[in-house]
Design a protein around this ligand. Structure first.
Ligand code: PMV
Length: 328
């Protein structure tokens, strides 16, 4: 940024990652990135992305820095183009982003990344984030960035609707003292992106149709469990939705197996915890990591059990967190 330029318009946003309880896998419209199923997620407090956007009249192209490394990412430029279109801004931007999760490891940093970028860019043009959340074109833009990203705009439990592609808060972060204990079980980036994995599952897995057909029933059960604050019921739906999604993936050709041996070891630990009376339920996404839903009082026991499987420092107890926020 040049010292001589008039102060550039800038903003910094935080967005937490979100973990799906009712899973999303498959698209009904790839151009608009509309999902084939609705989904339900929990936004986390301790893991996410912090992004600063500076619109600078002296820049001749967008500049993007992620975790201290400058690089090119067409998705960042596409998001900025979208915001420029909505906000009638022409300047290029410098984007400085830091992930507080491992990038592209199946820990959903693409969702927090897209949500933080969109929120910061919108605010850097003088826009109000509350207005953005109510703006269909903004939500559409965020969803095009990453199918699950609109869920990170809200805190706590959040639902993304299949039909409208819109998103709504279901229960605020402080309304239920939930924890997600995250065990990071590999350090390498995932082999196949969710976008490619979804396309392959939809076009080759004989179980894909069954997954899509069974999903609405799981969503009904999940909503009822939340309404009743019934964690065993919610945990059971989350596990069911997870295994159904992975079953569809496993049926793809070639098969999509995101798990590794430690994934199964962690699942054994969760089952043992439950047998011992600890309320703990597991979910996995497009990666080998295991995330365990429980109440605050059980989080330590869950973390200790997962620490037997994960490398030191790779277990995080995360609280339910707020939606995307603009930082002062
Ligand atoms: O938003 P995407 O394209 O990274 O897809 C997310 C898919 C899963 O994480 C596997 C499930 C979900 O609902 O978050």
């Amino acid at each position: 940024m040049s010292q001589s330029a008039r102060p550039a318009d800038s903003a910094t946003a935080w967005a937490g990652i979100n973990i799906a309880l009712g899973k999303y896998w498959g698209k009904r419209d790839t151009t608009r990135n509309l999902p084939a199923v609705s989904s339900l997620s929990l936004t986390l407090a301790e893991m996410g992305t912090r992004t600063t956007v500076i619109f600078d009249p002296e820049l001749t192209h967008d500049v993007f820095e992620l975790d201290g490394v400058e690089g090119e990412d067409p998705r960042v430029v596409a998001m900025l183009d979208g915001i420029r279109g909505l906000r009638r801004v022409e300047r290029h931007a410098r984007v400085i982003s830091r992930n507080h999760v491992p990038t592209a490891s199946g820990l959903a940093s693409s969702a927090s990344g897209a949500a933080a970028l969109a929120a910061a860019a919108w605010a850097a043009t003088g826009g109000d984030l509350a207005a953005a959340r109510a703006d269909r074109a903004f939500i559409e833009l965020v969803r095009r960035g990453s199918g699950s990203a609109p869920r990170s705009l809200y805190g706590g439990l959040v639902e993304l609707d299949r039909d409208s592609g819109g998103v709504r808060p279901v229960l605020s972060a402080n309304a239920w003292d939930l924890r997600m204990v995250v065990a990071r079980l590999a350090h390498a980036p995932k082999k196949i992106s969710s976008r490619q994995g979804m396309a392959r599952t939809a076009s080759t897995s004989p179980f894909y149709g069954a997954w899509v057909d069974a999903h609405p029933g799981d969503m009904v059960a999940a909503r009822a469990a939340i309404e009743a604050r019934d964690l065993p019921a919610l945990g059971a739906v989350m596990e069911r939705s997870t295994y159904r999604m992975h079953a569809a993936m496993l049926g793809a050709d070639p098969p999509l197996r995101y798990w590794n041996g430690r994934t199964l070891d962690a699942l054994d630990r969760v089952e043992a915890l439950r047998a011992a009376g600890v309320g703990a339920w597991a979910t996995m996404d497009a990666g080998p990591h295991v995330k365990v839903l429980c109440v605050a009082a059980d989080a330590e026991a869950v973390a200790a059990a997962l620490a037997e499987v994960a490398a030191p420092g790779d277990v995080t107890v995360a609280r339910a967190g707020p939606g995307a926020t603009i930082e002062p």
